[in-house]
Design a binder for this molecule. Structure first.
Ligand code: FAD
Length: 544
C-alpha cells in the first residue's frame, strides 16, 4: 500500500505550554543563590505565561505586523506617532505589569534587581523587541537621580506597573516609559561629536534643543534622555514627549529604520526644532550623567543575550528530543549530544554571569560590588553578546531546515542575535572600556582578581587562564589592539569561576576544558571525549 503523503510523522511538536522559568535549571539555581527561594514563585508565574502558546503567538504577530509611522493625522496636523499591532501592546502590558521596567528602583526588596533580571531573561524569550523600551525605562532611573526634583517627578511613573500608552502629559498617566537620544549621523560611539545644540531659555534649567538624532528607539515613549551641546559643553537633557500644558513637544519623527531584526520595535530618526528640555546634571557633564543609563542598559544587553541563548537552546534541545534520523532519536546521537551540551554550557555561563551582575546592582553600596560591576559589565557586554550570534546559529542548525523557516521562531532569534553587541557600545567600545577601567580604577582589577580567586586551586585550567590574563596585563605594549583578546579571556575566567563554584561538575568541567584553554576555536559541539554529555543535556532540557 502506498504511504499516505499527507500524514505527518517525525516532526517535533511546538515547544509551548511549558514554564520557561522552572524548566531552566541554570536560572533557577542562579536566582536561589543570589536572591533566595522567596523569588521563585513569582518568577514561575512569569515563566508559565512566557512559555504559553498565546505568548509565543503574540511574539510572532508583533514581529510580522511591524510598527508604522503616522507623521500626520487625517487633517494634515503633524502628530509623529507610531502605530503598533495589538500584540505589541499585549507584550508591553505584561512586561510592565511584571515590574520588568523601573520597578526595582522603587522597591525595598533586597533582591529586587535579581528578581527583575531573571524576569527579564525569562519574559524576553516571548519576543525580544519589546525589551528595548522596557530596558531603557529600567535604565533611565539611575541617570535621573542626578537631579532630585526631576527624579521625584519621573521615577514613580517609570516604576509604576501600569502600562499606559499614548502621548499625554506625565501627570495624566498611570505609568510612563523612557528612551534615549545620543547617537547622531556623524557619530554614535563618539558622542563628543554630537551637533545638536541646547540654548538656555530665560527659565533656569530649561533649554531648547535643535538638531537631529540618527537612532532613537521607541519614539512613543514618554520621556527621553538626550545629549546636546550647551554653552558649557556636552550635557544631558530630559525631553518629555508631551508638555505639562497638554501640547506636544517638538520631536519630529523623520522615518523608522528598516532593520535586520528587532522588527517589532520602532527605531526612529528624529529632528529637534526648538524642543523643550530640562537640563539633567551640570552643563558639560552630559556623558557622566547619561553613563548611568548606558551602564544599566548594558546589563540588559547581557541579560537579553542570555535570554536569546536560553530560548534557542530550549528549542534546539526540544527538537532533537522529538526528531529521529538514521534509526534513532537525534538526542541520542553522540555528536548531537555534544552540540546540545556545548550550547547548554554557553547558555548557563551567560545566565550565571548576568544574574551575578544583577546581584551586584542589589548590593551597589558595597565597594567591592561596585568595583566588580565596573569591570564585569563591559567584560560581559563584550563577551556574552559576542558569543550570541554563533550560539543561536548553531541552535538553529539543530532544527535542520525547519530552523531556517520563520514558523520555527529561530529566524527571529537569529536576526536579533547581533544587536546586543551593536548598541549601547559596540564590541570594540566595550573592550576599550575594560582597558579604561583597568587603567583608571585599580579597584576594578582587584575586584576581578577577588572574584576569579574564590576557587583558586580548584581547577588548574582556570588557574592557568587567570595567570595568562595577568601576564597580558603586565605587557602594556599593544594592549589596545589586543583589547578583545583580553576582554574575552577575562570574561571567560569570571564565567569559569562562577561555574566551578556553583554549577554541576560536568558543566564546569566542560566550560573550563574548552573556553579557558589556549587553543579554543569557538566551534560548538567540540567538547572533549569523556565529558558527561548526557548530564549536561538532561539539565538543559525544557519540560513541557
Ligand atoms: C536597532 C538599533 C536601535 C538603536 N537605538 C538607539 C537609541 O534608542 N538611542 C541611541 O542613542 N542610539 C541608538 N542606537 C545607536 C547605537 O547605539 C549605535 O549605532 C552604536 O552605539 C554605534 O554607534 P555608530 O552607529 O555611530 O557606530 P560608530 O561609532 O561609527 O562605530 C562603528 C564601529 O567602530 C567601532 N569603534 C568605535 N570607536 C572605536 C575605537 N576607538 N577603536 C576601535 N573601534 C572603534 C565600533 O565598535 C563599531 O564597530 C541604536 C542602534 C540600533 C542598531
Amino acid at each position: 500500500m502506498a504511504a499516505d503523503i499527507r500524514a505527518t510523522t517525525n516532526q517535533a511538536p511546538p515547544l509551548v505550554d511549558h514554564d520557561a522559568f522552572t524548566s531552566d535549571a541554570a536560572l533557577v539555581e542562579a536566582v536561589r543563590l543570589h536572591g533566595g527561594d522567596e523569588l521563585l514563585d513569582g518568577l514561575a508565574s512569569i515563566g508559565s505565561v512566557a512559555g504559553s502558546a498565546e505568548a509565543r503567538e503574540h511574539g510572532a504577530l508583533a514581529n510580522r505586523h511591524e510598527p508604522e509611522l503616522a507623521p500626520y493625522d487625517r487633517y494634515g496636523n503633524r502628530i509623529d506617532e507610531v502605530r503598533f499591532h495589538p500584540s505589541w501592546h499585549w507584550l508591553m502590558e505584561r512586561a510592565v505589569g511584571y515590574g520588568l521596567q523601573a520597578a526595582p528602583w522603587a522597591s525595598d526588596e533586597p533582591h529586587a534587581h535579581v528578581r527583575r533580571a531573571a524576569g527579564f531573561l525569562v519574559w524576553s524569550q516571548t519576543e525580544p523587541g519589546h525589551g528595548c523600551p522596557i530596558s531603557m525605562t529600567y535604565a533611565a532611573v539611575p541617570a535621573l537621580r542626578a537631579d532630585d526634583a526631576i527624579a521625584k517627578e519621573w521615577t514613580p511613573r517609570l516604576a509604576a506597573t501600569s502600562y499606559d500608552p499614548g502621548i499625554r502629559p506625565v501627570s495624566e498617566k498611570s505609568g510612563a516609559l523612557a528612551g534615549m537620544g545620543m547617537t547622531e549621523k556623524q557619530g554614535g560611539s563618539d558622542v563628543r561629536a554630537n551637533l545638536t545644540t541646547a540654548t538656555p531659555t530665560s527659565v533656569d534649567g530649561e533649554y531648547t534643543l535643535d538638531g537631529h538624532k540618527w537612532f532613537t528607539s521607541a519614539p512613543m515613549n514618554d520621556v527621553f534622555l538626550v545629549l546636546a551641546q550647551a554653552p558649557g559643553g556636552l550635557s544631558c537633557f530630559v525631553v518629555p514627549r508631551a508638555l505639562a500644558d497638554g501640547s506636544r513637544n517638538r520631536l519630529d519623527v523623520v522615518r523608522l529604520k528598516d532593520k535586520l531584526g528587532n522588527r517589532s520595535n520602532a527605531s526612529s530618526e528624529l529632528e529637534l526644532r526648538g524642543t523643550w528640555a530640562q537640563r539633567l546634571g551640570d552643563e558639560g557633564r552630559g556623558v557622566r550623567t547619561i553613563i548611568e543609563m548606558v551602564a544599566a542598559t548594558r546589563l540588559d544587553c547581557v541579560l537579553g543575550s542570555a535570554s536569546l541563548m536560553r530560548r534557542a537552546l530550549a528549542e534546539a534541545s526540544w527538537h532533537v528530543a522529538h526528531r529521529s534520523a538514521f534509526g534513532g532519536l537525534l538526542a541520542d546521537k553522540p555528536l548531537m549530544q555534544n552540540v546540545i551540551a556545548d550550547l547548554a554550557v554557553e547558555s548557563e555561563a551567560a545566565t550565571a554571569l548576568g544574574i551575578r551582575l544583577a546581584a551586584a546592582v542589589d548590593r551597589a553600596d558595597n565597594p567591592h560590588e561596585a568595583a566588580f560591576r565596573r569591570i564585569a559589565l563591559p567584560l560581559a557586554k563584550f563577551w556574552v553578546c559576542k558569543r550570541t550570534p554563533a550560539m543561536v546559529a548553531e541552535a538553529l542548525e539543530c532544527l535542520g531546515g525547519n530552523g531556517y523557516v520563520e514558523d520555527s521562531g529561530m529566524p527571529l532569534l537569529f536576526r536579533e542575535s547581533p544587536l546586543n553587541s551593536v548598541w549601547e557600545g559596540s564590541g570594540n567600545v566595550n573592550a576599550l572600556d575594560v582597558l579604561r577601567a583597568l587603567s583608571r580604577e585599580p579597584e576594578a582589577l582587584d575586584a576581578w582578581i577577588v572574584e576569579v580567586g574564590r576557587v583558586r586551586g580548584e581547577d588548574p585550567r582556570l588557574d592557568r587562564a587567570v595567570e595568562t590574563v595577568l601576564g597580558m596585563l603586565a605587557d602594556t605594549e599593544g594592549l589596545e589592539a589586543g583589547a578583545r583578546m583580553l576582554a574575552g579571556r577575562m570574561a571567560a575566567c569570571l564565567q569559569g569561576a562562577l561555574l566551578v563554584q556553583h554549577a554541576p561538575a560536568p558543566v564546569a568541567d566542560a566550560f573550563c576544558a574548552t573556553r579557558l584553554g589556549p587553543s579554543y576555536g569557538g566551534t560548538f559541539g567540540t567538547l572533549a571525549r569523556g565529558t558527561d554529555l548526557r548530564a549536561i543535556v538532561t539539565r538543559a532540557a525544557p519540560v513541557a
